[in-house]
Design a protein around this ligand. Structure first.
Ligand code: 4AD
Ligand code: MG
Length: 460
């Protein structure tokens, strides 16, 4: 269907003024009067609508349904400068209804709340909010690829079907082709009869395979869907989300922090640069001061703080009652993380060197025998958006960590072999795409930065 994108008309309007154009789109608003009618058309290619002017005498008559909110139209007409200002509009000459939209259309002209929109997941994508969010999601994804590509990383595609639980947190979705049956003597016999002849699941992280690729290519990153059967029903957790995991050979923890800070700044810079209209919408309707907040990140130096120091600061915190206890050895809860980044430092904070017992088996053990070279990046308003570490590159120490956790060393044979053949200091991190989108848009719920969210008890 030959037509011109509305985005293109706005970008290169001088090329089209006083010429005949064909546009397609959906009616967003309409206004009828005695001799004239007006409608605002949106084709999804940009947030801006295009005004269409209908001269009733010239058009003979206006067919029923043309002015209905949500109707899909094809319009031929002359593009002209609008009378009030330097915008553009189309004087319609021919209008075809491609699809009617009856009055019970669930999206009306008013601004609907996100809670209501979640009940119509197939239609909410048509709102300005979702159009803007999805455009920013796209811009963030492209910026991530640009950053890594410019810095000698190779994008590798790690498997989605895996046999190991990278994080060891027992949050793996099982993948099977047949149900349990009493004929299987035990779990092992059941798994052996299955498609892969062993237990399989959806990946919770591409890190382990990413490390193998980094030991070959030096610098890699993964960028793909990640699955966790996490029962936390919060505004920050999804069962399916996208994660970006760079893995870098010949790197120590401080190098990992440097890359993480640079990447976050690159992403935010790119969005401010390329998504001005979209960001303005979120600044106006979701988080007042959003643009200043994002600019502030670009000019700030992220704080670096050890876990031990963080515990000290939290213990001294005045005027706040935390729900969860603060004690060396216990994990930081979101309320603690947010206090550190929002109240104490008011900027992004890397917390480093966590107690060994609360972190994953693969993290580099520090000389103190108690902590590991791990980091979480905390952002105001969100909490953790990145988790990463230097990796344990010593064969014996890694084997012991696996055994100490009651994991089966046989399952990690190949991963352990990386530590046998040319082992080197290396590390990386995982950035949650949805978490950074929450920060960049000011949207409060992870369900609203995804096309179709999947969370515990909910699959739209
Ligand atoms: O801290 P996590 O669990 O780290 C890892 O998976 C490591 N293997 C990463 C690495 O070192 N290569 O997860 C990393 C990030 C979190 O900081 C968070 O942003 C995001 O992934 N994330 C989630 N996002 C949405 N919903 C969930 N359920 C998430 N779980 C983790
Ligand atoms: Mg984490």
């Amino acid at each position: 269907m030959k037509h011109i994108d509305i985005a293109k008309l706005y970008k290169t309007k001088e090329d089209f003024i006083d010429t005949k154009v064909t546009v397609c789109g959906w009616v967003r608003t309409s206004r009828d009067s005695k001799n004239m009618a007006f409608l605002e058309l949106n084709d999804g290619t940009c947030l801006k609508h295009l005004q269409i002017v209908l001269d009733k005498s010239a058009l003979n008559q206006i067919q029923d349904g043309i002015l209905d909110l949500g109707a899909a139209l094809k319009i031929e007409g002359i593009l002209v400068k609008s009378q009030n200002g330097d915008s553009i509009e189309v004087n319609a000459e021919k209008i075809i209804i491609l699809g009617r939209c009856p009055l019970d259309y669930p999206l009306q002209k008013k601004r609907h709340g996100l809670d209501y929109l979640r009940t119509i997941p197939h239609l909410r994508l048509r709102t300005n909010t979702f159009n803007a969010m999805l455009r920013i999601r796209d811009a963030v994804s492209i910026a991530i690829h640009e950053y890594f590509s410019a810095n000698n990383y190779v994008w590798v595609h790690t498997p989605i079907l895996t046999g190991s639980d990278c994080e060891g947190a027992g949050e793996v979705f099982r993948v099977t082709t047949h149900a349990w049956d009493a004929k299987f003597k035990n779990e092992d016999a059941y798994s052996k009869s299955d498609f892969f002849a062993k237990q399989a699941g959806l990946t919770v992280s591409g890190q382990l395979e990413g490390e193998m690729a980094a030991m070959a290519l030096g610098k890699i990153y993964t960028f793909g869907p990640t699955f966790r059967a996490e029962k936390s029903n919060t505004t920050r957790h999804a069962a399916e989300f996208w994660m970006i995991e760079p893995e870098i050979a010949f790197a120590e923890l401080e190098d990992i922090l440097e890359v993480a800070e640079e990447l976050i700044k690159y992403i935010i810079g790119a969005v401010l640069d390329k998504c001005e209209t979209e960001i303005k919408l979120f600044d106006a309707h979701f988080e007042n001061g959003l643009i200043d907040k994002l600019r502030g990140v670009l000019s700030s130096d992220f704080e670096v703080l050890t876990y031990t120091k963080a515990i000290d600061l939290l213990k001294k915190a005045k005027g706040i009652e935390f729900k969860f206890p603060i004690e060396w050895g216990l994990d930081l809860q979101t309320e603690h993380e947010r206090y550190i980044t929002e109240v104490i430092f008011k900027k992004p904070v890397f917390v480093t060197d966590y107690p060994m017992g609360i972190k994953s088996f693969y993290m580099k053990q520090n000389a103190d025998g108690k902590t590991v070279a791990a980091t979480d990046l905390l952002l105001p308003g969100i909490g953790e958006i990145i988790g990463g570490s230097q990796r344990e590159d010593d064969y014996d120490k890694l084997l012991k960590a696996i055994k100490d956790r009651g994991m089966n060393a046989e399952d990690y044979k190949e991963y352990l072999e990386l530590r046998k053949f040319g082992s080197c200091p290396h590390g990386g991190f995982g950035l949650g795409l949805e978490r950074i989108l929450l920060y960049i848009t000011g949207i409060g719920n992870i369900r609203d930065v995804q096309l179709f969210p999947r969370t515990v008890g909910y699959m739209a």
